[in-house]
Design a binder for this molecule. Structure first.
Ligand code: CP3
Length: 346
């Protein structure tokens, strides 16, 4: 077992593994070079290219896991929503009123087969020392994108529509497809499947319990039926401990990904049945190296000097790495993390 797998399976290991959300992306010259020749969609949908993109950051920065190179919005395309990237995603029409529901169809999971192929190729080329992560968008976040087209507004249209029947009707189509999508990726031999719920923090803890938890519970329950040994990672942004508490009764979530508004130490002590993933503020990596270094030392020493059980920590960012991040700062992050845990036992 490698470090990532040991952490997920609670096997004794030497230090928290590290990977970054969006580790393959525009900040990285490897990705920029490929983008000179190929569009984002081609890079995602051509499995050979997708595997090359996914491996770029692991080879260069020595992250402890690779993540599928793809996007959370492809299932919306499979349901019949036209999708383009220019460079951000643009949907051809939005689910702004109930009448638009008629335009959706039952998505064919075979449409997403390219993700499985990409994972198989990525795994083939990946060192056995590294973990492999698959991902999908979580139901609520995909609903928000279907209604709003982006995550730039306050999501009033999506949240306003939750009780209107649009959410339920949309989920009826989305959930079976998403389940097949997760199983398809799991069949390629991933170590965990991540559900990215970037929009979840826009809703109150009560709304979270009422609208976000039930479809998640269904999805994860069905997935675990077929893949009991693949841990599910649930990442949400902007959520509080109060939100996350309602996940405690979903069995099957193994890893909770959190942003920088929460403390890793608090999360590790509050959620003893979970592995906690996160949560450095990605903006820190935009700063000059000496400032980043200072902040990381403070961050790591706070966590290491606590009583928290660091064997349940996967180190990373609280959200995706930002486009203007200097590559040198990514190298520095990995170097400092390794040095830190060389001197300490977890
Ligand atoms: O982590 C990785 O290395 C895998 C790649 C990955 C991408 N998207 C590639 C991508 C992952 C995990 C995602 C997930 C994703 N996509 C999320 C959830 C996580 C998050 O970041 O909140 C969301 C909300 C999306 C939808 C999406 N796709 C957005 C909002 C954008 C624009 C992003 C931006 O920075 O402008 C995309 C496009 C996208 N997805 C790019 C990449 C590398 C940029 C494409 C380009 O300009 O070349």
């Amino acid at each position: 077992m490698n470090l990532f797998q040991k952490t997920l399976n609670s096997v004794e290991h030497s230090r928290p593994p590290v990977w970054f959300m969006r580790q393959a992306g525009r900040y990285h010259s490897h990705y920029q070079n490929l983008k000179k020749q190929y569009s984002f969609e081609t890079l995602c949908k051509n499995p050979e290219l997708a595997s090359e993109v996914a491996l770029g950051p692991v080879n260069e920065f020595d992250f402890d896991a690779a993540i599928l190179f793809s996007d959370i919005l492809f299932p919306l395309q499979a349901l019949g929503m036209p999708l383009e990237y220019n460079p951000g995603p643009k949907l051809g029409w939005l689910l702004s009123e109930p009448s638009q529901l008629k335009k959706l169809n039952i998505g064919d999971p075979a449409f997403l087969e390219f993700q499985k192929e990409a994972l198989i190729l990525t795994k083939k080329k990946l060192s056995v020392e590294k973990g492999l992560i698959g991902f999908v968008g979580a139901p609520f976040t995909l609903y928000c994108y279907a209604v709003e087209g982006s995550h730039k507004s306050n999501l009033s249209a999506s949240i306003g529509g939750l009780a209107s029947g649009v959410y339920d009707a949309f989920l009826e189509l989305l959930l079976p497809l998403l389940l097949e999508n997760m199983k398809l990726q799991a069949s390629a031999g991933i170590d965990t499947i991540a559900l990215f719920d970037t929009c979840a923090g826009s809703i109150s803890p009560m709304g979270f319990r009422e609208y976000i938890v039930p479809p998640l519970r269904n999805l994860i329950y069905s997935f675990k039926n077929d893949y009991p040994n693949v841990p599910v990672t649930y990442y949400s942004k902007g959520t509080s401990l109060d939100h996350l508490k309602s996940l405690s009764d979903i069995s099957g979530v193994g890893v909770l990904g959190v942003d920088w508004n929460l403390s890793i130490v608090d999360c590790l002590s509050q959620f003893k049945n979970f592995i906690i993933q996160g949560n450095v503020d990605p903006h820190w990596l935009l700063q000059e190296s000496y400032l980043l270094e200072r902040k990381l030392h403070e961050y790591f020493s706070n966590i290491c000097n606590s009583q928290a059980d660091l064997s349940r920590w996967i180190c990373g960012l609280g959200h995706g790495i930002l486009q203007n991040t200097p590559e040198a700062n990514v190298h520095l992050f990995i170097k400092i993390q390794r040095e830190y845990f060389k001197q300490r036992k977890i």
